[in-house]
Design a protein around this ligand. Structure first.
Ligand SMILES: Nc1ncnc2c1ncn2[C@@H]1O[C@H](COP(=O)(O)OP(=O)(O)O)[C@@H](O)[C@H]1O
Ligand SMILES: Cc1ncc(COP(=O)(O)OP(=O)(O)O)c(N)n1
Length: 267
């Protein structure tokens, strides 16, 4: 039987914790066939991003067409898009594809390295967010894109309304950077779903955002509704964070294979 097919359009993380590598591992763990369009290559490890190189627009377009025109996709996920030109190209490609799109508007890595040019922010707002089925900004990305600064759980509603104003069908505001419980808000402006999980006091959380967005795309490809897909994805990323492990001298990755190993670290 052919498994559901999911496409990630994102940057490569040489350290294997985030980006394309995290996306494909998540897809494998969740039982879908993962495929990739690489937008940029980063030299990256547990200490940060040492270098980044964008691919030419025609290389991104060609990868996308190769996959979609022959193999087909049941869901698309976007991550690091680097420049305004790439954001606009990817928005146009997604807009012409009949599949749900999970847009993770990646701006800055956990180490503070910029993964998106400041000049691309307006293209994210006006071109990419309008074609998203679900947009999954973290709190820094919400602030960058909308100016809303979330300081407490109460501000999440205001943040979601500001993101929805740019046109995605659903906004998932990730409260992962707030103290206390790991609480996220999913809303389409009428329904509200609060997703709560214990906060794991584990510094090895590299790749949380990529993993969550890819898990949502994987569940959507299996035919789940957006609230079902987000709930299942939250469970998956929480398990991966709980089992996150040390690697290199800095922040280690979440454990994508946790479900295969009974939640033990290092999977
Ligand atoms: N220490 C933690 N324990 C449990 N869940 C967490 C923790 N840190 C982040 N999360 C959850 O991980 C997911 C990704 O959020 P976040 O880390 O904010 O994304 P990003 O990688 O884009 O900054 C969210 O569901 C968030 O609530
Ligand atoms: C190539 C690449 N893409 C995206 C990210 C950001 O990943 P994220 O899941 O938000 O994890 P952190 O970097 O915040 O740990 C990245 N670092 N590299």
């Amino acid at each position: 039987m052919t498994p559901p097919r999911v496409l990630t359009v994102a940057g490569s993380d040489s350290g294997g914790g985030a980006g394309i590598q995290a996306d494909l591992k998540t897809m494998l763990a969740l039982g879908v066939h993962g495929m990739s369009v690489i937008t940029a290559v980063t030299a990256q490890n547990s200490l940060g991003v040492q270098g980044a190189w964008e691919l030419p627009v025609e290389a991104v377009r060609a990868q996308y067409r190769s996959v979609v025109d022959d193999i087909g996709v049941q869901a698309v996920k976007t991550g690091m898009l680097a420049s305004a030109e790439l954001v606009e190209t990817v928005a146009e490609l997604i807009g012409g594809t009949d599949a749900p799109a999970v847009v993770d508007p990646v701006g800055v890595s956990k180490h503070g390295d910029s993964l998106l040019a400041a000049s691309a922010l307006d293209s994210v707002r006006t071109k990419l967010l309008p074609v998203a089925t679900v947009a999954t900004p973290n709190l820094d990305e919400v602030a960058q894109l909308t100016g809303v600064r979330v300081q407490s759980e109460d501000d999440l509603r205001r943040a979601a309304a500001a993101v929805l104003a740019y046109g995605p069908r659903w906004a998932l505001i990730k409260g992962g950077h707030l103290p206390g419980e790991a609480v996220d808000l999913l809303t389409d402006g009428s329904e509200e779903h609060w997703l709560r999980a214990p906060r794991y006091d584990n510094r090895h959380t590299h790749g949380t955002g990529c993993t969550l967005a890819s898990a949502i795309a994987s569940q959507l490809a299996k035919g789940q509704s957006v609230p079902e897909a987000v709930a299942a994805a939250k469970e998956y990323v929480t398990g991966a964070i709980a089992a996150g492990f040390a690697l290199g001298g800095g922040i280690g990755p979440v454990a994508h294979g946790w479900a295969f190993t009974g939640g033990t670290p290092g999977a």
